[in-house]
Ligand binder design. Structure first.
Ligand SMILES: [Zn+2]
Length: 574
């Protein structure tokens, strides 16, 4: 595959537009020196990679070489540089400029060079708060429905999926979408699913705990489960206990190999929507009962199938792992052992541990405050989430109390989601060196009174801010859906619910790339988020020009080519 211009749909040509005209286009000559410097920078990392193990967390696999030329390469650097050519050598960017010839001179034997035919390129997107580890551990052949806009789209998506799944195996969708996004505002029915996938049992479940729906083959399975599920004649399974029983019945069938397959599928989906780095924020600890919802898993084993896929050399994304702790015991046994026995920022450039989050303890009382004290004393990063009109106050006041004893400036403490946060508390968190992690999850089910976050106020405040999906239960992973919400303030029903808080698409992309590097912390702050010499070679070639298409089309942006460390990990041509 050397030419991606021919098969794709609209938006291929590079045209002058507002986004580009304000930016400088790098001249080839200006970057030759920088490229030479980068060669020196990358050499130790390459040597480490060749010894087969991660040295000081700086090794990178994959570490391939590639040149992309004739593109509109939005580097997202602090100067807004747009270049025509980028070269990656052994996993790292060695050239950003205008001349393919100059790029080729940096290689003794030039690698594959791809003509982009003017396509838009952006850095690999960083999702600094999601739950891809849950997605990888889903039972059945989990099939994202976040890009379906009608029941007919669901049927098409399922029929397409069925072509690569042996008959009799479950095709599932657990979370990540809502029927508000379908024109019919309802789930498909049993007969519609029978028609779409007549030879496969199907199970579609909304949010954390339903409602859900199945088809005839699925109905037979669920009704014969150890804890039989009540399924309506139309395939409907009620939210709560019945959905819990159905999800549990499926989880009981999961093997380790199936989890690994789910991991590869989740990674492949992520690459298809351009998300190359994921900061996972854990799960609610599974109980193995029908009380478990879509967000429950075993926090102590759920990473293992991911680590196995990394060990196999089959990973197509970077994973960063936060450890979620919800101790109710004031002695904080779980958190205490984690801080004693684990390492923050341990791993390599593909998979690495992070901090504690998105919970540090249950509740927001004295036990939570003690947890915050211990995380600070251990020098770890912490992330908590805010969903109500008052919890952010308790959290930020708690951070201030901890800070008075153990300074947290520099530890990258974060409050996520923040739908109702006020400027006063943003400024107080800013003063502590903290950050807020913004999500467009209100898109699916938000209303005028359950909207936010106040994107505009936060971006204007100057606090460290980043963008994330909080997928895969109550929100989609696809960053372009979140971009649509942040730019328009419109929910899935098309109603403007976040009026006055919209930000521009350029601001959204900066949050999702350059500004998200801060949230990754550790060595990632200097090596991800922009297309610059010396950084890891992660970038995404888009099917449309993100910067000029109509806002309604933002949700249709996809990757036609995703590159991770110089290796093509997603291509529409395969
Ligand atoms: Zn979350």
């Amino acid at each position: 595959m050397s030419d991606i211009g021919r098969d794709a749909n609209a938006g291929g040509g590079a045209t002058a537009h507002d986004g580009v005209s304000r930016r400088s286009v790098v001249k080839a000559g200006a970057t030759a020196g920088a490229a030479a410097v980068a060669g020196a920078v990358t050499a130790p990392a390459v040597a480490a990679a060749h010894h087969g193990t991660a040295h000081h967390g700086r090794a990178t696999r994959p570490a391939d070489s590639l040149i992309l030329h004739n593109g509109a390469i939005h580097t997202m650097d602090s100067r807004g540089t747009v270049a025509r050519t980028v070269a990656i050598r052994d996993g790292r960017i060695v050239y950003v400029g205008g001349s393919e010839k100059a790029a080729r001179r940096l290689f003794p034997e030039p690698p594959r060079s791809i003509d982009l035919h003017g396509r838009t390129v952006i850095p690999g997107i960083i999702d600094c708060h999601n739950h891809i580890v849950l997605m990888g551990n889903r039972p059945g052949r989990h099939t994202p429905l976040e890009n379906a806009y009608s029941v007919a789209d669901v049927a098409r998506t399922y029929a397409a999926r069925a072509r690569s799944v042996p008959p009799g195996e479950f095709i599932t969708t657990i979370g990540g979408f809502h029927f508000n996004q379908f024109a019919e505002r309802r789930l498909p029915t049993l007969s519609e699913l029978d028609e779409a996938v007549p030879r496969h049992p199907a199970y579609i479940s909304v949010g954390f705990s339903g409602p859900s729906v199945t088809n005839s083959l699925g109905k037979a399975f669920f009704e014969q489960a150890a804890e039989p599920v009540t399924v309506g004649a139309d395939g409907a399974i009620a939210a709560g206990l019945e959905t819990g029983k159905a999800t549990l019945a499926l989880r009981r069938t999961l093997t380790f190999e199936q989890r690994k397959r789910g991991v590869r599928d989740a990674m492949a989906y992520a690459a298809s929507v351009g998300v190359t780095t994921h900061l996972d924020q854990g799960a609610f600890q599974a109980t193995g009962t029908p009380a478990d919802g879509a967000a429950h898993e075993d926090n102590y084993t759920m990473h293992l199938p991911f680590l196995a896929v990394y060990a196999d050399g089959e990973a197509s994304i970077r994973l960063r792992i936060n450890f979620l702790h919800m101790d109710t015991d004031p002695a904080l046994p779980g958190l205490t052992e984690r801080l004693r026995n684990a390492f923050p920022f341990f791993g390599d450039d593909l998979v690495r541990t992070g901090g504690i989050g998105e919970f540090i303890a249950a509740g927001l009382g004295p036990t939570w405050l003690e947890a915050a004290r211990r995380v600070a004393a251990a020098g770890w990063r912490a992330e908590v989430h805010s969903l109500t009109t008052t919890d952010f106050q308790t959290e930020i006041e708690g951070f201030e109390a901890v800070h008075a004893q153990t300074p947290i400036t520099g530890l990258r403490w974060v409050v996520a989601h923040v739908p109702f946060i006020t400027r006063e508390y943003v400024d107080r968190l800013h003063a502590l060196g903290g950050g807020v992690n913004l999500t467009g999850w209100r898109y699916l089910t938000g209303t005028a009174t359950s909207a936010g976050p106040p994107f505009r106020m936060i971006v204007d405040s100057g606090i460290h801010a980043g963008m994330s999906s909080d997928g895969m239960q109550i929100a989609p992973m696809n960053p372009f859906i979140h971009a649509y919400y942040a730019v328009t303030g419109r929910n899935a029903l098309g109603e403007v619910i976040n009026a006055g808080q919209q930000i521009t698409r350029e601001e959204v992309l900066a949050l999702y790339t350059r500004r998200n590097a801060w949230f990754l912390g550790g060595p990632d702050e200097d090596q991800l988020g922009t297309i610059e010499v010396g950084k890891l070679g992660d970038l995404v070639v888009l099917n449309r020009d993100y910067f000029t298409i109509g806002v309604a089309d933002l949700r249709q942006v996809r990757s036609v080519l995703t590159v991770l460390g110089g290796k093509v990990v997603h291509s529409l041509k395969g």
